[in-house]
Design a protein around this ligand. Sequence first.
Ligand code: RAM
Length: 897
Amino acid sequence: MRPYGLEAEQRREPLGVGERCPRLSWKLESDRRGAAQSAYQITAAERAADLDDPDRLVWDTGRRSSGDGLLVPWDGPALRSATRYHWRVRVWDETGAQAGAAQSWFETGLLHRDDWTAVWIGRDPALLPHVDPPADEDLPSPPLASPPLYLRREFHLARQPVRARLYATARGVYEPRLNGARVGDVEMAPGWTEYHRRLQYQTYDVTDLLRPGANVVAAIVGDGWWCGYVGFDPRRPAQHYGDRPAFLAQLVLDFADGSRQVVATDGNWTERPGAIRAADLLMGEYVDHRQHVPGWDLPGVAGFRPVAVLDTAPGPLVAEPDHPIRVTRTVAPVEIRRRGPGRYVVDFGQNLVGRVRLTVRAATAGHRIVLRHAEMLADGELYVDNLRRARATDVYVTGGDPVEVFEPRFTYHGFRYLEVADHPGELRLSDVVARVLHNDTPWTGWFECSDPVVNQLQSNIAWGQRGNFVAVPTDCPQRDERLGWLADAQIFAPTAGRNADVSAFLARWLRDVVDGQDADGAFRDVAPVVTLGREAAPAWGDAGVIIPWYLWRVYGDRRVLERGFDAMRAWVDHVHRHNPDLRWRNRTGNSYGDWLQVDVTTRRDVLATAYFAHSTQLVAQAAEVLGRHDEAEQLRDLHARIRAAFVDSYVGDDGTVEGGTQTAYLLALAFGLLPQRLVPAAVEHLAADIEKRGHRLTTGFVGVALLCPVLADHGRADLAYALLHQDRYPSWGYSIRHGATTIWERWDGWTEHAGFQSPAMNSFNHYSLGSVGDWLFGRVAGIDQTPSSVAYRELLLRPLPGGRLTWARAEQETARGRVACGWSMSDGRITVTVTVPPGSTAVLQIPTPDPGSVCENDAPAAGRPGVLGVEPFAAGVSLRLTSGRYTLTATAPDVVP
Ligand code: RAM
């Protein structure tokens, strides 16, 4: 058994950790059945070599009895700023024998206020009227503010530093540079947070970019979320944050003799506009290569003007705590069509989020190429109506070089199609490539099955996640919105956590959610808060309870509960205070109901009250985890009373739920609101509604997540599969049949009978309706955990053969290690293969009509190593397993297609 995947604060070898007591984690792997950790020891030192010298350790936990390697908080001496700590973990196995060891490092950021000497710099306000953006019909209207800043500072080094770090951030978005080279690979830094409360700085290792003699540290700074267009607010967002971009950075150089030199932003920096004449997240970027100053970020360049010091207080700086935005892959075009002289439509074959890189050859200077982006085509031309005010247009003016490469920096678009207009020559497939960007959350999940349509669904879900985990979890990436809508995030979080490690990303965004909470305890519909100032709607505000609970359950992140608990509690108290009769009818904000449901209307008070009960129950559970037993007791009592009120007001003696919609039943069943005796009848009513509609759904954002799970958990897997395989409108399959490569916002985004939905709200890349992804992993393949398990400590493996599928399998890199579950059926046998990581146990339920038929290698399963028990359960056999890999077979179940 050996530890691997070592992380500090949920990231591998992070630079610039801001936590005073960072938490260390590792995973385990072993081929041996029953392998488990019984103890660990962590040692840490400032030099890797010192890990072997007990006298030079800065921290030694000694041998600690524990089965977990999950988020162990540093409890050694106080950490120093800007210091690398190497650490090693050693583990002992279940027999008490010493097993493997592994090592890693993390580096602290600037932990103290007075570590910062930098001040905010920007363009001298007196110069602003003299640097107009270019007048061009393809620029956004109303015109953007002044062009991005090109900032530089020359300095001299007597010798080579042994270590150099750049700590930087912007009011705006920035790209750092050193001696003519780009620093790092982070895009759209510093990301988007509730800037008035927290502004993230990034840390870069720049040791290799420096040299003795003259050096230049530089940056380009654009408007970004700080002062560009954000959301659907038509105002320039000076109203949100500020009216002009600014930059703050500190280059810290350490020399072999222990001395230190700091180059920080101050009045000695200089500035001028450069090739990027305008840049905006929604509108696009305008680059005039003729304005490029060669070598502008190298020593000895003239023509720059002094900057102004805009602010001497650094502000609420925090170290970036999660994976930054990066370009994670490129996508080549599948087709280019010429639509007129110099005008081409490029198809990338995939709705994606990022921007294009265009290579232009041998154009004369001053040639103006216009790039527009769209998700869909109409009659072979870009369909851009649904982008609303987002112009998503990039302009590149050639500089006359033999080969020029254009890629915008400070904008991103959601698109599958690109129009290149006024291209000077023949546009070839190799001249253009799409660059995909998003927060670089490590990919941790893989699902596959025998049906290509379901695999396409999984692919669409994954692309929706990539495209919308950009700075914050956004609703959509293309139109003038891109906001951190709370319901979308809570509905999709369980699916997101299957595909990728979203622990640090969501925990960071939750701070924005909490920052947006008002004094009465109400969250807002979006975080960071822009435009939408009212209290959040039911199922929207509840994200502030559901997501922390989710991060605890799936990642074992207790700190997120500790820090979030008061806010969670305040939210439930807020709803309670305004709804003393326990039906949530007051203070429902914009009450969106079951948003974008079809053909039906789920009653808002039914949905709201169900969510009130659900959130109250989760806060009670969180209180229990945190040892706040009295509060837990009160909340359990409140939950029981809300549940009684729900039944009293909305549930009939025959198991009907008020309104009779699929979502009304799903909420009542999923949240456990019905008396047990009424559950079978409620399931029948739900099933009858689906059947009467010819196996079609009516659910919107809220209900859809519950649809397949509730059906499968109540003996109607046949209907869950019928919905999964449905390809008539409305269904997932319908969009796929019509070429969808992402999840659409609306079931009727485009239909044969009505064409495009209203362009006022019609995104083709919205992940909410893709929340079924959790069920693909959790039931179709079968990876789940028992209700009391945390971070997959006790797996619940429940493969569910059904529908057209002959096999399915999933793998997940969990916080403890690799989990796998898959099944296949042939020749009257079902074969199930599972992987249980060291330290975990599993309850594996194999559906089979013949409990005695379960074998491994032709031997009865009972008595095989690692098999702790075999018992019949309703539809098959339940096995208790220790860690290890298993391949079991049994008589195949009868599956009604
Ligand atoms: C839309 C957003 C989002 C949804 C809200 C209610 O504008 O796209 O997805 O949560 O409305």
